[in-house]
Design a protein around this ligand. Structure first.
Ligand code: NAD
Length: 315
C-alpha cells in the first residue's frame, strides 16, 4: 500500500528541503506539506499543501484522516534565539505540537513520527568536547528545556504505548535554499550571503566560539536514514547525537577567504553568545554510526564550496 507522509512546518529551513527530497523519493502527491504560512515556489508547486496550525489538534486530525497519513515529520518549533524572547509561546508551541502528534500515534491514527531534537538539550555542566550520547543534561535555555522535555516524552510514549517515534539531536544546520529561522547558529548561513554580496560580515558570536555544525544535505540524509532503519535498530528512543564538523566563526571566515580573499569579518557578540556558551563544542555520534550506519559527508571546506557555488548560481 502506498504511504502518505505529512510534513508539519514544511516551509522552514529544514522542512523545505525535507519535503522536496521526500517528494522526489515517494512522488509529489504522497508528501503533504503543511505550515501556518506559504513556502517558496518550488515547495508550493511540487505537491499538495495545507495551511495548518499544528497546535490545533482537531485541524491536525482532520488533515491526517483526509489524506490517510501514516507518517508525520514534525518540524514546527520556535528556535533558540527567538524562544529566549517569547518563553511561554515557545514552550506552548514546542510542547503542544509534540503532544498532538504523539497522541495521534498512541491512538493508532498514524504509524511513525520524526521529531527533531537539538544539541541545545545539553547545558553548561555537560562535557563540552566529544559530548557523549548519555551525559549530564541541564539545559539553560527555554528552547533547550523544551527539547529535553520533548526527548523524555518521546521515550515515555515509546515505552508505555509503543509509539514509533525517532529523533536526532541536530547540530547547527547550514543551507542555501532557505534562510534559518531564529537560531544561535544562524551566523553560519548569513556569513555566506554577506560574503558574496558585501565581502564582509559582522558576526554576533565571538571569533573562538566553537560549535557543532552540519551541511543540510547531510541532515536530510540522516533524517531519511533513521526513518528507514528497521525498528529493532533504533535503540535510542529519546534522540541520537549526530555530528559532522565543529568550527569557530574565525575558522569559517578562513575557509571563505580561501575562495574570496578580500572577505573581512568583524565580531559584535550579542545575547546569542550566552546561548552558544552553554552548548557543546563537538559531539560524539558513535551510537548513530553503530545503530543505523550514520556517516557525515560534508566537512567545512566542502560546505563552503557548496554554499558559495549554489548561492552564486542562484543570484
Ligand atoms: N535549523 C537548525 O539549525 C536546527 C538545529 C537543531 C534542531 N532544529 C529543529 O528542527 C526543526 C525545524 O527547524 P527549522 O530550522 O526548519 O525551523 P524554521 O523556524 O526554519 O521552520 C519552522 C517552521 O514551522 C512553522 N510553524 C511555526 N508555528 C507553527 C504551527 N503552529 N503550526 C505549523 N507550523 C508552524 C513556521 O512557519 C516555519 O516555517 C525544529 O524542531 C528545530 O528545533 C533545527
Amino acid at each position: 500500500m502506498p504511504k502518505y507522509i505529512l510534513i508539519i512546518g514544511a516551509c522552514g529551513q529544514i522542512g523545505t528541503e525535507l519535503t522536496l527530497t521526500l517528494r522526489e523519493k515517494h512522488g509529489g502527491d504522497h508528501v503533504i506539506a503543511s505550515d501556518i504560512r506559504e513556502g517558496n515556489d518550488e515547495l508550493m508547486q511540487s505537491g499538495p499543501f495545507e495551511i495548518l496550525d499544528a497546535t490545533n489538534y482537531d485541524a491536525l486530525e482532520e488533515v491526517i484522516a483526509y489524506y490517510e497519513i501514516s507518517e508525520v515529520y514534525l518540524m514546527a518549533a520556535m528556535l533558540s534565539a527567538t524562544a529566549e524572547k517569547f518563553p511561554m509561546r515557545a514552550w506552548n508551541l514546542n510542547m503542544n505540537t509534540l503532544f498532538n502528534v504523539l497522541n495521534l500515534a498512541k491512538d493508532k491514527k498514524i504509524d511513525k513520527i520524526f521529531w527533531p531534537s537539538s544539541i541545545a538539550v545539553f547545558g553548561p555542566n555537560t562535557p563540552k568536547d566529544d559530548t557523549p550520547q548519555n551525559t549530564i543534561m541541564e539545559p539553560s535555555t527555554v528552547y533547550g528545556i523544551s527539547k529535553q522535555s520533548g526527548e523524555r516524552w518521546c521515550e515515555y510514549y515509546f515505552n508505555k504505548f509503543n509509539v514509533d517515534v525517532r529523533s536526532i539531536r541536530y547540530p547547527g544546520l547550514i543551507s542555501w535554499k532557505t534562510m534559518p529561522g531564529g537560531g544561535t547558529t544562524d551566523y553560519a548561513v548569513e556569513i555566506y550571503h554577506k560574503a558574496l554580496a558585501e565581502k564582509s560580515y559582522t558576526c554576533f558570536l565571538e571569533e573562538d566560539t566553537k560549535l557543532p555544525m552540519m551541511f543540510m544535505d547531510d541532515a536530510i540524509r540522516a533524517t531519511l536514514q533513521i526513518m528507514e532503519a528497521p525498528e529493532e535498530n533504533i535503540k535510542e528512543r529519546s534522540a541520537y547525537n549526530l555530528a559532522a564538523m565543529s568550527f569557530t566563526p574565525k575558522e569559517m571566515a578562513e575557509s571563505i577567504k580561501a575562495v574570496i580573499p578580500e572577505f573581512k569579518i568583524t565580531y559584535e557578540p550579542d545575547f546569542r553568545q550566552e546561548i552558544a556558551n552553554s552548548w557543546p563544542s563537538s559531539i560524539d555520534d558513535s551510537k548513530a554510526q553503530k545503530d543505523w550506519n550514520w556517516q557525515a559527508e560534508f566537512d567545512l571546506e566542502k560546505t563552503t564550496k557548496a554554499m558559495l557555488e549554489n548561492l552564486k548560481n542562484r543570484v
